[in-house]
Design a protein around this ligand. Structure first.
Ligand SMILES: [Zn+2]
Length: 282
């Protein structure tokens, strides 16, 4: 009966690898596009002349993919997700310089997460939601880790998608989702203001508030303390692994995003555990 099931799994894996390849472009180019746009605005504000950079087209589709070392265009057969990297032993075919490990990693992660989403949700609307959720979270994780930026163009649509999907109670009720979005933003914002008042330092960025707000829109208000707790644990683990010293800044966005993805899959058991724990202790 389920003879097509293995095919669906393979389909999700291949789609994940392909989308991962596109996400690599987003991760590399979006921060550059934003920075150029800010610079251009600043020059307009200051009444400065347009620079050569302002006149160049640079977006997700143009210029075509090229090797960062030799600047030569990457041929289609060298652009096959994962496979090209393995066949070329992680090097550019034209100049032999190493390709960053981030490229195959993002492709592999996207493929694996798509497969897990399908395994968990099956052929349902939830799996479509989970795939979209993943497509936003992966660039959020890698862009914030690389550049300490959490672009609005990723966090805000993620928030709207959560609200839209929950119109039909896909993960939580719509009222729970709306409350989650508001409380998610306000709670971190208050924490930030308090921290600033006490220490004079800025512990987080506004992107973090928007990201937690988005996760609140997906999983409801009750999920927020759990996501925050999970994210803190993940942050601690990363701090130990990456040997981050006291006082050194570490982006919180990736931790929130990973916690959000865990919540996507383990929502029900986590909620059951919390209920049991709260009621059990009462
Ligand atoms: Zn090259």
């Amino acid at each position: 009966m389920d003879y097509y099931l293995p095919l669906l799994y393979i389909g999700f894996l291949l789609f994940g690898l392909l989308f991962g390849s596109f996400l690599n472009v987003v991760i590399y180019r979006l921060p550059i596009m934003l920075e150029r746009a800010w610079n251009r605005q600043a020059r307009v504000q200051l009444g400065l002349d347009e620079t050569k950079e302002d006149k160049q087209t640079f977006n997700l589709a143009y210029p075509p993919s090229h090797c960062p070392h030799c600047k030569r265009e990457i041929k289609p057969w060298s652009n096959i997700p994962l496979l090209s990297f393995l066949l070329q032993k992680g090097r550019c075919v034209q100049c032999g310089n190493p390709i960053p490990w981030r490229y195959p990693l993002v492709e592999l992660i996207t493929g694996v997460l798509f497969v897990i989403a399908f395994w968990h949700f099956g052929w349902t609307w939830n799996v479509l939601a989970a795939v979209l959720f993943t497509l936003f979270l992966i660039p959020i994780i890698f862009i914030d880790a690389r550049t300490q930026l959490l672009p609005d163009i990723l966090t805000l649509p993620l928030l709207w998608l959560g609200l839209l999907f929950n119109i039909s109670d896909l993960f939580v009720s719509l009222s729970d989702a709306v409350l989650g979005a508001v409380v998610g933003y306000v709670s971190l914002w208050s924490l930030y203001q308090l921290f600033k008042l006490l220490t004079g330092k800025e512990g987080m960025g506004f992107g973090d508030f928007k990201l937690l707000s988005a996760l609140g829109a997906w999983f409801g208000v009750i999920s927020l303390p759990i996501i925050a707790l999970l994210a803190s644990v993940i942050g601690l683990i990363f701090a130990v692994i990456l040997n981050i010293r006291k006082g050194q800044a570490m982006p919180f966005g990736p931790c929130l995003a990973i916690a959000g993805w865990i919540m996507l899959i383990f929502n029900t058991p986590i909620m059951r555990f919390v209920e049991w724990w709260v009621i059990g202790k009462a």
